[in-house]
Design a protein around this ligand. Structure first.
Ligand code: ZN
Length: 268
């Protein structure tokens, strides 16, 4: 949508751009005028009545900046899609699903659920083992910080922006998201586990393993003991082959199910 500023507003914008090193500027126009120009909607200043502010410190502005400038945005989009698919997958009857080898799932021609029996070799510590998720929708929530880097609070709770609800939220908690390298006799691949990991770490919520810090993780190689204990285990996983695997050849598979109880198949 076009935005046309003139007079002192254009000068203010020009001046701000000269001063600012930031390539992404959020411009808030209050009392703006919505008009039409050559058939398209256009926002302009309403003569001298409009007020213009650059990068104001509102949660909405900070969230908007995060979403357009942050690499995590792409990740957040994929996550929502994956998690939606995960929910849909409850209709898969995992007891009836075929057990396949890793080399078979790498070459799978169709999107489907299947099982693999494999050994957890190590955790992929390029990724954090948890993400902050909005409690009601489980989607990724981004912590909101001021320009100086301080966390914003509302009623003493840190403020987050939910990437799915598109709203500021405070009911946020760490949720599991484990990336791990696994192998069988045929090949190796990566698995990504969300909440289904709880079945392996019996009765333990991600929040209980979390150190309580909202700061960025200084040492992603540090993992809580119950997660480190997973390394070396041979387990049967129900994985969901998505279009990123079948069409795009991704070797990262989403775990939808851990076959538990008497169905845990030990290959050693
Ligand atoms: Zn949400």
């Amino acid at each position: 949508m076009a935005c046309c500023l003139w007079g002192k507003y254009a000068e203010q914008l020009e001046e701000h751009l000269q001063k600012s090193n930031d390539s992404n500027v959020v411009c808030l126009i209050r009392f703006a005028k919505i008009g039409f120009y050559k058939g398209d909607v256009q926002v302009t200043n309403a003569f001298d009545a409009s007020l213009i502010q650059f990068d104001p410190e509102f949660p909405e502005t900070l969230a908007l900046k995060l979403r357009v400038s942050n690499d995590e945005y792409a990740l957040a989009l994929t996550d929502t899609k994956r998690e939606k698919r995960l929910r849909k997958d409850h209709t898969v009857h995992w007891n009836n699903v075929e057990i396949k080898s890793i080399s078979e799932i790498m070459m799978a021609p169709v999107e489907e659920g299947c099982k693999i029996i494999c050994l957890i070799e190590c955790m992929d510590t390029d990724w954090s083992w948890f993400y902050f998720g909005h409690n009601s929708c489980k989607s990724k929530a981004l912590i909101l910080k001021s320009k100086e880097g301080g966390i914003l609070f509302s009623n003493e709770k840190p403020l987050f922006w939910c990437t799915s609800c598109h709203a500021t939220v405070t009911s946020v908690a760490p949720k599991y998201k484990l990336h791990m390298f696994v192998k069988d006799d045929t090949s190796t691949c990566k698995l990504m586990m969300l909440d289904s990991v709880r079945k392996l770490i019996v009765g333990c919520e991600a929040e209980e393993l979390w150190d309580g810090s909202y700061d960025e993780i200084e040492d992603p190689a540090y993992l809580p003991q119950p997660i480190r204990d997973l390394v070396g285990k041979s387990l049967c996983f129900g994985v969901t082959l998505g279009s990123e695997n079948v069409a795009n050849g991704s070797d990262v598979f989403l775990v939808s199910q851990v076959c538990s109880g008497d169905k845990i198949l030990q290959i050693e």
